[in-house]
Ligand binder design. Structure first.
Ligand code: SF4
Ligand code: FES
Length: 249
């Protein structure tokens, strides 16, 4: 395949940034999108030009690092991560526009790399459980109904990629935050900090500058893990009940 790439280049957060055009020839449709970018970077390096900076780690769809905005969609035309996107999703002669996530809470570090530290700080605010150290408990010690276990697991599959924020016209982080609150709120192990967790994680989400949710559903439609909007409804219940009971104390 022969392709034209329009790639966002930005030296640092203070730089205005602009698109650069590159042409690539002989790209295999079996390559992943990131392998195609590797080819571009090899060519740039051979010409002593600065390679395009982009994030990646696992290349297996589990770390959430490969956050690219491709042809106007987070992670491109398929509902998957960029590392699991293959060039067979494009046609010979295509022009592909590649940008970083666009959200003020995710400032650009360089080129296509953004700082998603805001997500880490939301997790630090309450996305954990208190456990006693010691031996590993028996897996069947705390029986959990299958439906609850499945729902908690589905919420736990969120990989923190940020596509929900990038897809949302308000740059809302409610799908991410609600998945992280839900996975713990549904399980017995998550009950100890349940109220504080909902209050503190929502407060941190707001402090980071993410927008409000207006129920367009773009987040869930683009989420590579199919995280459901029901998690947002659950987070709202968790939050309001926590706030209400705090005020009664
Ligand atoms: S909810 Fe989905 S889109 Fe948002 S961070 Fe988690 S996996 Fe990514
Ligand atoms: S590189 Fe880890 S999810 Fe894509």
């Amino acid at each position: 395949m022969n392709l034209t790439l329009k790639v966002w280049r930005q030296k640092n957060n203070a730089d205005k940034g602009s698109f650069n055009n590159y042409t690539l020839t002989g790209i295999s449709e079996d390559m992943s999108f990131l392998e195609m970018l590797d080819v571009l970077n090899e060519e740039l390096s051979e010409k002593n030009e600065d390679p395009v900076h982009f994030d990646h780690d696992c290349r297996e769809g589990i770390c959430g690092m490969c956050s690219l905005y491709i042809n106007g969609k987070p992670h491109g035309p398929q509902q998957t991560t960029t590392c699991q996107l293959h060039m067979r999703s494009f046609k010979d002669g295509d022009t592909i526009v590649i940008e970083p996530w666009r959200a003020s809470a995710f400032p650009v570090v360089k080129d296509l790399v953004v700082d998603r530290g805001a997500f880490d700080r939301i997790i630090q605010a309450g996305g954990y459980v208190s456990v006693n150290t010691g031996g590993v408990p028996d897996a069947n010690e705390i029986p959990i109904p299958k439906r609850i276990a499945d729902e908690a697991f589905d919420a736990a599959t969120c990989i923190g990629c940020g596509a929900c924020v990038a897809a949302c016209k308000n740059a809302s982080a409610m799908l991410f935050t609600s998945a992280k609150i839900s996975q713990l709120a549904m399980l017995p192990q998550g009950q100890v900090e349940r109220k504080e967790r909902a209050e503190q994680m929502v407060a941190q989400m707001d402090a980071e500058g993410f927008g409000a949710c207006t129920n367009t559903g773009a987040c869930s439609a683009e989420c590579p893990k199919g995280i459901s909007l029901t998690n947002i409804a659950r987070m709202n219940r968790e939050y309001f009940s926590a706030v209400a009971s705090s005020e009664n104390v």
